[in-house]
Design a protein around this ligand. Structure first.
Ligand SMILES: [Zn+2]
Length: 251
């Protein structure tokens, strides 16, 4: 695993043709009363670095993009959001730059739900609209690890959810000093409205649902660093397998 920002331009030129370049994309947004606003960025960075280190193919990891599409979090404060089209432009320019740098295999790994649509679309932009001779994959870590997560009951509520048991567990594993345990919401008898999946088959947006959910999907009563570490290891292993498969498929 190579960190993009630690290499020289000449070293990157050497690495680019034979490597996969991994671009983690996060967000800066409210995460309830007890988690830091950089939670998604912290989690996706850790998953990307662990997966890149575990993959048996050469992977160069860029710095994580700390901003994404998070307009739905703006009313709660602590949020910086890019407009959807502007965000897709940013991802496209990152991909184009990496193609100019000589990389031919580009993976965007997302850690924030609001970015999912743009991350799925950026390959169309780079490969078809810009007609660049590269392979582009865009995925969110929970999509990449969907099979492994479906086979495992972590016992902390929906994955990834938002600012609930899963993300609190991951942050207790990664940056426990940033988790304000004394501000953790009191245990709740039921999931927040946001946690319920909607009618399948479409992406549905409903005004007011975030406000009704207090910006969270579930409480964190079962969160623990052990669960967070288990989840991160599981997800990183799935992403590592994906990176290896993608790398070998893209000649
Ligand atoms: Zn989050």
């Amino acid at each position: 695993m190579y960190r993009f920002e630690e290499q020289t331009r000449d070293r990157l030129r050497e690495l680019a043709p034979s490597s996969t370049v991994l671009v983690p994309v996060g967000s800066t947004e409210q995460h309830g009363p007890h988690l830091p606003v950089g939670t998604d960025t912290t989690i996706v960075t850790a998953i990307a670095q662990r997966a890149a280190a575990a993959a048996d193919v050469p992977v160069v990891v860029t710095p994580t993009l700390p901003y994404g599409f998070a307009h739905h979090h703006l009313p709660f404060g602590g949020t910086v959001s890019l407009g959807l089209v502007g965000y897709l432009d940013v991802l496209t320019d990152i991909g184009r730059s990496l193609a100019v740098d000589g990389f031919r295999r580009i993976v965007f790994l997302n850690g924030h739900g609001g970015n999912d649509g743009a991350v799925r679309s950026v390959g169309d932009r780079i490969v078809f609209e810009r007609e660049l001779d590269v392979h582009v994959a865009g995925t969110s870590y929970w999509t990449c690890a969907a099979d492994a997560l479906a086979d495992t009951d972590l016992g902390v509520g929906p994955v990834p959810g938002h600012a609930g048991g899963f993300e609190t567990s991951c942050m207790l594993a990664l940056r426990p000093e940033l988790v304000r345990r004394e501000l953790m919401p009191a245990p709740e008898p039921d999931l927040q409205p946001l946690a319920y999946s909607d009618i399948p088959g479409a992406t549905i947006r409903r005004a007011g649902v975030w406000a009704a959910s207090d910006g969270r999907t579930d409480d964190s009563r079962h969160a623990s660093a052990e669960t967070g570490e288990r989840a991160l290891a599981l997800i990183a292993a799935s992403v590592a397998a994906f990176l290896a498969g993608f790398h070998r498929s893209a000649q």
